[in-house]
Design a protein around this ligand. Structure first.
Ligand code: NAI
Ligand code: PYR
Ligand code: MG
Length: 627
């Protein structure tokens, strides 16, 4: 059994879980074919005979009962043969074929789907999350088969309070919401952006053990400013050739695809009209599920900041691109200080060039500034340099974004370096000689040869290059170029996964994945289990510190800043516990379920971690009981 196991260690982990997993009975209000068509309850051929009798399934399935393990093996076999059969095909073709086989299982049998996802997270995260999820969003209207999640459009104004009750689950714990306006580095994809909340919530189930019956992906469709979607509803954002090639290989067929965009065909709402839609949605959610945690995802910067300010004190919500990214980047930046053999307080002296002054870049700098102030006092003078598409941002910038103002350089700070307003990236890197170059620009390849070579002259013994933009093609540089041009001693991180680099002579250039996936599941889980009224900066700092301290000195010395994605449940349990404890300490916790605040207050750190672990859902076939 478990032929897919890649190592003895993972086989052991899986076997242990199998034998200790407790399968509580689950009440269903359906019978017969309705159960087979419901992915929450469907076990395919895995229904035991007693259950088939009890639920009116006898005769609706072939007679042989197939065990969960056999179903798992069969799925993995078909996945591996798909890999084999698509060898040599263009990468987009292979990725979409893999996404489709997983998506079909997701739509049919969630227990089996999440089990294969959890056990093979390293292989499957790049399919259900970045980078393939970007390709899926770009082609979403064509790939659409069954709805998943909820769609609230500008046309639903006045109806949302009743619409929210159309969702079939009585309890929802986690909601991921997008308006599709800035999907990864791919821009405005309108309603097609729904793939992102779905992918993020898959990570919530896999990493944080949120019960998939209690998650809700949401698309707020207020129109799109993507001319292609507006003007040419019969075309995809990317040409459908990849889909056609998959068809020729026999995995899907051209006639399967309906190339019609599925969203509102109108320009995006702006100003008060826009906000009134978001207000109505947030109030409807709060009315039905007052303790649900809401994650805002991939909103264009102006609305990302505005909605965060507007709701963060009123509801339990956070913006992943601003706040989750900031924590992951800060943890990585603290790791690079350790990798240089410096004490953590030296972070205050690091020269950091951030390229991209949007929701992510500004979020990172804001959190980094808070960290420097904690270390060196409020009068600390951090050495941060911020660039956007118009180059270095200084106080001379006309119409400067108020959110960027705290990081804009004054004339006297840069004149000694010979820099001025709007200086280009290569010039800034050559003159500043930064310890860290961090990209959150969404522009693929802007850390070009001249920039990377300039990093070789960094004042750091271990310069760090973070090319954090997603998906893969939007990364500011690839690791092979970074190690080749900036030197083998660099520390490297990217937002989407890349393979480690073979540097020859047995040396490996380690590629870290600096992605908010290491924090958002723990932030959401910790907030949920604490019953926090809202998500404070202290809770977010606790998450970042927990991630930063997770790695051993040996790993850090080898340039490994983040845990392996195989350990994502472990790190999420620790982050969740850190967030929970911070909420309790700050008096923001109200308890969750039958665990009240007093009980949470009395838990030690280890007990809190154990409590978080025990509350993680794990996919097993439990007995179904009809009511
Ligand atoms: N690794 C991770 O966990 C995360 C990665 N991201 C990625 O970061 C990227 C940016 O996201 P947001 O900040 O939300 O986008 P945004 O659209 O709010 O900001 C982009 C910024 O980049 C700047 N920019 C554009 N072209 C540039 C150029 N040629 N040179 C310098 N700056 C340039 C823009 O002026 C703007 O300030 C996206 O690709 C996204 O996928 C975002 C969140 C998390
Ligand atoms: C990872 C993520 O949240 C982004 O690229 O937007
Ligand atoms: Mg995002």
């Amino acid at each position: 059994m478990w032929r897919v196991a890649r190592s003895a260690a993972s086989t052991f982990r899986r076997t242990r879980r199998l034998s200790t997993a407790i399968s509580a009975p689950c009440i269903v209000h359906k019978r017969g074919a309705d159960i087979l068509h419901d992915p929450w309850f469907n076990k395919d051929t895995g229904f035991p005979m007693t259950e088939r009798d009890r639920l009116g399934l006898r005769g609706l399935l072939p007679p042989r009962v197939i065990s969960f393990e056999q179903q798992y093996d069969r799925f993995m076999e078909s996945f591996r043969s798909l890999e084999k059969n698509t060898e040599g095909q263009p990468e987009s073709v292979v990725s979409l074929a893999k996404w489709r086989i997983l998506n079909r299982l997701h739509d049919r049998n969630e227990t089996l789907y999440y089990r294969v996802l959890i056990d093979n997270i390293k292989d499957f995260a790049p399919i259900i999350y970045t980078p393939t999820v970007g390709l899926v969003c770009q082609n979403y209207s064509g790939l659409f088969r069954r709805p998943r999640g909820m769609y609230f459009s500008a046309k639903d104004k006045g109806e949302m309070m009743s619409m929210i009750f159309n969702w079939p689950s009585t309890q929802v714990d986690m909601i991921v919401l997008t308006d599709g306006s800035r999907i990864l580095g791919l821009g405005d994809l309108g309603v097609q952006g729904i793939g992102i909340p779905i992918g993020k919530l898959d990570m919530y189930v896999a990493a944080a053990g949120i019960n998939p019956q209690r998650v809700l992906p949401v698309m707020l469709d207020v129109g799109t400013n993507n001319q292609k979607l507006l003007e040419d509803p019969l075309s995809l954002v990317t040409p459908p050739h990849s889909v056609l090639q998959v068809g020729r290989r026999g995995f899907c067929f051209l006639q399967d695809f309906d190339f019609t965009d599925l969203g509102l065909r109108q320009p995006r709402l702006e100003g008060e009209e826009y906000l009134s839609i978001v207000d109505e949605f947030v109030e409807a959610v709060h009315a039905r599920w007052p303790k649900a945690v809401v994650q805002f995802e991939d909103f264009q910067a102006k609305w990302a900041f505005e909605t965060l300010d507007r709701y963060r004190k009123k509801f339990c919500m956070f913006n992943d691109d601003i706040q989750g990214t900031a924590g992951v980047a800060l943890a990585g930046l603290l790791g690079t200080v350790r990798a240089q053999g410096r004490p953590l307080t030296d972070f205050a002296n690091q020269k950091i060039v951030v390229v991209g002054a949007g929701s992510a870049g500004l979020g990172v700098l804001k959190m980094a500034l808070q960290a420097v102030s904690r270390m060196a006092g409020p009068s600390a003078d951090p050495h941060f340099f911020l660039l956007d598409k118009n180059g270095l941002i200084t106080k001379d910038r006309k119409d400067i974004d108020p959110a960027a103002l705290p990081f804009a350089k004054a004339h006297h700070e840069i004149e000694g370096l010979g820099l001025q307003e709007g200086a280009g990236l290569a010039e800034v890197v050559k003159k500043v000689k930064p310890h860290v170059l961090l990209g959150l620009s969404g522009v693929g390849g802007i850390f070009h040869e001249e920039v990377l070579r300039a990093m070789k002259e960094s004042d750091s013994v271990r310069p760090a290059i973070f090319a954090m933009s997603n998906p893969t093609n939007n990364a500011e540089c690839c690791p092979v170029d970074a190690f080749k041009l900036a030197g083998e001693d660099i520390v490297f991180a990217s937002g989407s996964p890349f393979a480690n680099v073979d540097l020859g002579n047995g040396k490996i250039g380690h590629v870290n994945q600096a992605n908010n996936m290491y924090l958002f599941p723990g932030i959401g889980l910790g907030a949920l289990l604490s019953g926090a009224r809202n998500i404070s900066d202290t809770m977010l700092e606790a998450a970042a510190e927990c991630l930063a301290s997770y790695m051993s000195d040996d790993e850090i010395n080898r340039g490994i800043l983040y845990p392996s994605i195989d350990d994502i449940r472990d790190i999420t349990a620790e982050v969740g516990a850190a967030v929970l404890r911070a909420a309790v300490a700050e008096d923001l916790a109200e308890g969750h379920g039958d665990v009240g605040v007093r009980e949470l207050q009395h838990m030690s750190k280890e007990e809190t971690i154990e409590h978080v672990r025990e509350n993680m859902w794990y996919p097993v076939y439990g007995p179904l009981v009809h009511e």
